[in-house]
Each structure stands twice: as structure tokens, then as C-alpha cells.
Design a protein around this ligand. Structure first.
Ligand SMILES: Cc1ccc2c(c1)c1c3c(c(C)cc1n2CCCN)C(=O)NC3=O
Length: 265
């Protein structure tokens, strides 16, 4: 069981170059002095009680709790957690094969059998999550890393916006008299495992063609394309792709938005 240390992170690790950065977090390569082992350390700024900067502790702890529960060869492992006052440090397994996104950028697109090889691993990682009612919610080639260039083994990263799915039909956590709850509470669109499956469909399309199925010239156009599920298999890219591959993608790019108006008190 990973415990939070009271010994400071900087006594145990040397930190090196930045390997990723987001709004409130920076990821750096680091080395555990005692063992010489390398890790990825995600430094997350905590939101102070007054300020708006930084990430809420509830969100940080959600990511850590999800990482503690996950144990799969296709998902980056949690090594340790350090609470350093105004920041939380999550120490994660480090891999050096780069992003799947870079591989596609270099090659344009992948041969079908290579795409199948990666897709199988991605599906096994997602099955591990969905079997635990965890949805990733940020699946994209940038978050699929290669353990190393030769082995063609993938590692899924970044559970920063991942969630535990509560049973769809039983709207938990809805309190109070229906008359007073906010509209978005009564009629909300639930995220569910289908949300991840849609993203997997997009990734399969990208692996095979190098093109993104819904990308428009503007963000607005992209949203219009997505909500209309408006995509097609452009012969320029898909002429030599098997029907099985196209059927696989079509089966995933299916809108399944759900609206709930029921409420249980
Ligand atoms: C939670 C989180 C967020 C961003 C991360 C990582 C982890 C991450 C990781 C690694 C690398 C090479 C880049 C990483 N990045 C930056 C690149 C992501 N596209 C890595 O090796 N392990 C990571 O967790």
C-alpha cells in the first residue's frame, strides 16, 4: 500500500527536466537517490483556502485514489505520494518510448496490423479500468506512451480528470426537494464507459489514417461535427483498410448521450 511520506520528497529524489506540464501541474523526470531508479514526478499546486490558483485537494486525492486501485501492465503504475505543504507530488513509473502521437506524426499512419497491435493493448487497459467502474475521460494518442521504441508496448497515463462511475440508473447524491435543485442537476448528461469507447473509436481512426475524424477548421466546427457524429472514411486514407477495421470504428463512433429526468431522494 502506498503511504504518504512525511520525509520530504527532495531528500529522497533528484529532479531533472520537465517532461510535461498542465494548468496546475508539472511533470519532471526524477531519480530515487537510494536506488538510482528513474520515475516521473507530477508536481501539483494545491489550491489555498482563499485563492483560485491550484487544484482542489478533492480532485488531487481522487486522482491518487484511482491510481492506487489500478494495477495493469498497460497503465503507468503509481510509485509514491508526497504531501509537501502547498504542493502534492505523485511519483509515477517512467517510460521512455515517447507518445503514440509522435509515432503517428513521424509515420503519417500505421499499417493495419500495427494499429491492431496497439489497439489490443489500449482495449486491455480500458477493460481494466471499466471493470473497476473507472472512466479515463482523456483518452488521446498524447496520453498513450510507449514503454520503449522496440517493444511496441503501450502505457496509458494521466488520470487527472478520470472518475469512478456511479451506477447510471441510480442518480446518487441528488438531495433536497426536486423543486429547488438546479436544472443542470435534474437534466444532466452522464459520462459513462461509452465516453471512453467513443475516444477509442477516434484513436483507431487516427492510427489507421493519420487524420482526425471530427477535426474542423475551428473548435466550433469540430463540436458541430461531433454532436452530429458526422465523419466518413475518406478513400484517400481508407481505400486499403479492411471492412473489419471500418466496422470496428463505426461501432464505437455511436452517439449514446443519455439524459436523466428521474430522481431518487
Ligand atoms: C499525470 C501525467 C500527466 C502528463 C504526463 C505524465 C503523467 C507523464 C508520464 C511520463 C511521461 C514521459 C510524460 C508524461 N506526461 C506529459 C506528456 C503527456 N502527453 C512517464 O514516463 N510516466 C508518466 O506518468
Amino acid at each position: 500500500m502506498i503511504k504518504s511520506h512525511d520525509s520530504p520528497f527532495h531528500h529522497l529524489f533528484d529532479t531533472f527536466e520537465v517532461i510535461g506540464s498542465g494548468k496546475f501541474a508539472t511533470v519532471r523526470r526524477c531519480v530515487e537517490r537510494q536506488t538510482g531508479n528513474e520515475f516521473a514526478a507530477k508536481f501539483i499546486r494545491k489550491r489555498s483556502s482563499t485563492g483560485r490558483m491550484g487544484q482542489a485537494l478533492e480532485d488531487i486525492n481522487r486522482e491518487i485514489d484511482l491510481l492506487r486501485e489500478i494495477d495493469n501492465n498497460y497503465i503507468i503504475k503509481l510509485h509514491d505520494v508526497f504531501d509537501c505543504g502547498n504542493e502534492m507530488i505523485i511519483v509515477l513509473e517512467l517510460v521512455k518510448g515517447g507518445e503514440l502521437f509522435e509515432l503517428i506524426s513521424e509515420k503519417g499512419c500505421l499499417a493495419e496490423e500495427e494499429a491492431v497491435h496497439y489497439m489490443k493493448q489500449i482495449l486491455m487497459a480500458i477493460k481494466h479500468l471499466h471493470d473497476r467502474n473507472i472512466v479515463h475521460l482523456d483518452l488521446k494518442p498524447e496520453n498513450i506512451l510507449l514503454s520503449d521504441k522496440t517493444a511496441k508496448r503501450i502505457k496509458l497515463i494521466d488520470f487527472g480528470i478520470s472518475r469512478k462511475i456511479v451506477n447510471d440508473l441510480d442518480v446518487k447524491g441528488l438531495y433536497g426537494t426536486p423543486e429547488f435543485v438546479a436544472p443542470e442537476i435534474i437534466n444532466y448528461e452522464s459520462v459513462n464507459t461509452g465516453t471512453d469507447m467513443w475516444a477509442i473509436g477516434c484513436m483507431a481512426y487516427i492510427l489507421l489514417s493519420g487524420a482526425s475524424p471530427f477535426l474542423g477548421d475551428t473548435k466550433q466546427q469540430t463540436f458541430v461535427n461531433i454532436t452530429a457524429a458526422d465523419y466518413h472514411f475518406d478513400d484517400q486514407y481508407f481505400a486499403n483498410i479492411s471492412n473489419a477495421a471500418k466496422d470496428f470504428i463505426s461501432g464505437l463512433l455511436v452517439k449514446n448521450s443519455k439524459y436523466f429526468t428521474n430522481y431518487s431522494i
